[in-house]
Design a protein around this ligand. Structure first.
Ligand code: AMP
Length: 220
């Protein structure tokens, strides 16, 4: 089963992906995490993409597609994956269709988590991420309590450089310009389910789970 999580930065994709990972027993493939890991490890790719992330701009499609192709060809993604943050452009969406076709797989559902922009800015300014497992937290609404891997006690939490208000504005503009067209793209193919992302984390999670079985058999 391949699930795509679509939504603006701060809409809760990472939080819900983590929830879905456990619920569906599927790997969580987050393009942003893969890029940040490369930056942290100072790889060649990491050096190449760092500037884009700092500016809140999208990484070029060719690099992004190559990274995700590599990720989806891992053994653990044979049974499917939860795609978080990919695709973000029509070109990436088309590349994903081609890749899944080659693997004789297809997207089961695209979940669009909808949240108003003003809420997103506030959420991101208070967000903390675990350096080790990439789980997101919120200083007020979702403070660190328990590591889902039982590995740490919150000592790896940090604030992302691109969560600063000026960069968040660029990321939101980029979302509306480059990623929002995917809402129509997937809606026209009967794959899109919209979930209101404003409620409590558990409520949004419940709505997401409810959206999955109904759409599970939807085919391109
Ligand atoms: P995220 O963790 O999903 O918020 O992504 C953080 C940053 O990584 C984005 O602002 C982009 O610079 C880059 N990025 C992540 N996913 C993609 C993608 N699918 N296409 C291009 N750039 C991406």
């Amino acid at each position: 089963m391949f699930v795509v999580l679509l939504g603006a930065p701060g809409s809760g994709k990472g939080t819900q992906a983590e929830f879905l990972r456990r619920h569906l027993d599927l790997p969580h493939a987050a393009s942003g995490d893969l890029f940040r890991e490369n930056i942290f490890q100072k790889t060649k790719l990491g050096r190449e993409i760092e500037g884009y992330i700092l500016r809140g701009a999208l990484i070029p499609d060719s690099l992004t597609i190559a990274v995700l192709q590599e990720r989806l060809c891992h053994e653990d993604a044979r049974k499917g994956a939860i795609l978080d943050g990919f695709p973000r452009t029509l070109e990436q969406a088309s590349a994903l269709d081609d890749l899944l076709k080659t693997l004789q797989k297809r997207i089961d559902v695209v979940l669009y988590i909808k949240v108003p922009d003003e809420i997103l800015v506030e959420r991101l300014s208070q967000r903390l991420i675990c350096r080790e497992c990439h789980a997101p937290f919120h200083k007020v609404y979702k403070p660190f309590q328990l590591c889902s891997y039982h590995k740490c006690h919150g000592e790896h939490l940090y604030q992302r450089v691109d969560d600063r208000p000026e960069t968040v504005k660029v990321r939101l503009l980029t979302f509306h310009e480059c990623t929002a067209p995917l809402i129509d793209y997937y809606s026209q193919r009967g794959l899109l389910k919209t979930v209101q992302g404003l409620g409590a984390v558990d409520e949004v999670g419940k709505a997401i789970i409810e959206a999955i079985p109904k759409a599970r058999n939807t085919r391109v």
